[in-house]
Design a protein around this ligand. Structure first.
Ligand code: ATP
Ligand code: MG
Length: 111
């Protein structure tokens, strides 16, 4: 019996979302004076970029949670805000206790 061939699988992690495929990139990903962020991984909700903060010599991780078109817009904003804040609080608390987690240097809707 002939085994059907499956269509090629699109990689989940490819290019950062562009305006043609997703919402416009937030200002922090396009701001001309920053180092262009490089997408390094993707989680269930967020995209993780390697970038720099303030100076090209200061590396940082940039976690971006794009809006989810499958969620109700009001719920989406609420969940995203809550998750960003919760993660930041946990990171700050951990760092205060001496756990070697990344320092939170900036956060917000558009950072
Ligand atoms: N500071 C960091 N440096 C390097 N990799 C990171 C960093 N933070 C997260 N990652 C990686 O990014 C990926 C996704 O991270 P994370 O689990 O935080 O996001 P998520 O699953 O999309 O969202 P959620 O915060 O809801 O779990 C994971 O593979 C994680 O190891
Ligand atoms: Mg996760």
């Amino acid at each position: 019996m002939e085994v059907p061939t499956l269509p090629p699988v699109e990689p989940v992690l490819s290019q950062p979302p562009s305006s043609s495929t997703s919402a416009p990139l937030p200002q922090i990903l396009t701001y001309p004076s920053t180092t262009p962020p490089v997408l390094i991984t993707q989680g269930a909700e967020a995209l993780l970029y390697k970038s720099t903060f303030l100076l090209p010599s200061l590396p940082c991780a940039l976690k971006y949670r794009p809006s989810k078109p499958y969620r109700h817009p009001i719920l989406d904003v609420r969940l995203t805000k809550h998750r960003i804040l919760s993660e930041a609080r946990v990171l700050v608390k951990c760092r205060k206790e001496g756990v070697p987690v990344p320092a939170v240097v900036k956060m917000g809707k558009e950072c």
